[in-house]
Design a protein around this ligand. Structure first.
Ligand SMILES: NC(=O)c1ccc[n+]([C@@H]2O[C@H](COP(=O)([O-])OP(=O)(O)OC[C@H]3O[C@@H](n4cnc5c(N)ncnc54)[C@H](O)[C@@H]3O)[C@@H](O)[C@H]2O)c1
Length: 252
């Protein structure tokens, strides 16, 4: 199976799941936002291959010729803009539609809460979002892959919360004592987000099972470790030795 964008957030979790289930997995990624570190634990495994490639350019490997692609499951998880370019190759369309409309727990927002102690809410915070833990999404993608469905399917968690509720919950879970700061409303911020997953329930017998608080605790744990890793792996340039010009005697 090929996972384009497999070194990203969703893609690397999908890679883990498929590898654990015993599949052969090829990750194609240009590391634009993804990281080798997300999948490096599989490097050297006989079922795993990592290809550093920008999918805007053609990729000439056997598995990617159009005919074999039609027979093999293909996950495309790189950004929407580039997918628009890829869509001009009609054969990719079916696979693109399969991966569309995903919503996951927002890493950016969680990270902000851990780094800046959860103080920022744009507008009144009454806008709603519906967050899904990444393992639910991955299970949904696998269910979609194993089904005959080839039309778009929403994979998300319909449990809707306001951003303010979400901010307060994270603040409590992180144990932050700081006050929430209200910033001016972001332009074009959607006021409501709630996926309709009736089709996924009916056609895939799938629905999310990880409760919000449990998912948040796992994500907080992940981001704490991530921040620790970043703090311990900062690049600090070594001071350069003083240069002495040739032919000159140095007097101290
Ligand atoms: N994470 C979320 O909350 C969320 C919510 C809704 C939709 N989505 C969508 O799901 C998809 C995956 O999201 P994510 O959070 O894993 O994003 P991500 O940025 O972590 O992963 C995208 C991956 O695609 C790779 N990539 C980008 N352009 C590429 C190119 N030209 N060639 C090869 N690889 C390329 C990146 O390096 C990265 O590894 C995206 O389309 C995103 O818009 C994500």
């Amino acid at each position: 199976m090929q996972i384009t964008g497999g070194a990203g957030f969703v893609g690397s979790h999908l890679t883990d799941k498929l590898m654990m289930d015993g599949h052969e997995v090829t990750v194609v990624d240009n590391f634009f936002t993804g990281r080798k570190r997300n999948v490096e634990h599989w490097i050297g495994h006989e079922n795993f291959e990592l290809i550093n490639h920008d999918v805007v350019e053609p990729l000439y490997i056997e598995e990617f010729c159009p005919l074999s692609v039609l027979m093999k499951p293909l996950f495309i998880l790189c950004c929407l803009f580039e997918m628009a370019l890829l869509l001009s190759d009609g054969f990719v369309e079916k696979f693109w539609m399969r991966g569309s409309c995903v919503m996951t727990l927002s890493p950016a927002q969680l990270r902000e809460h851990l780094v800046y102690q959860g103080r920022r809410v744009y507008g009144s915070g009454s806008q709603t979002r519906a967050f899904q833990y990444v393992s639910d999404l991955v299970n949904g993608l696998v269910a979609l892959m194993n089904s005959n469905v080839s039309s778009p399917v929403n994979l998300g968690n319909p449990e809707e919360h306001t951003i303010l509720e979400f901010a307060q919950l994270i603040k409590n879970l992180v144990g932050s004592g700081s006050e929430i700061q209200f910033l001016s409303e972001a332009q074009d911020d959607p006021q409501k987000r709630k996926p309709d997953i009736r089709k996924a329930k009916m056609m895939l017998a799938w629905e999310p099972v990880v409760p919000l608080e449990e998912g948040l605790n796992k994500a907080i744990h992940y981001f704490r470790k991530e921040l620790e890793y970043q703090a311990n792996n900062q690049y600090i340039p070594k001071p350069k030795p003083a240069r002495i010009k040739k032919g000159r005697t140095r007097h101290n």
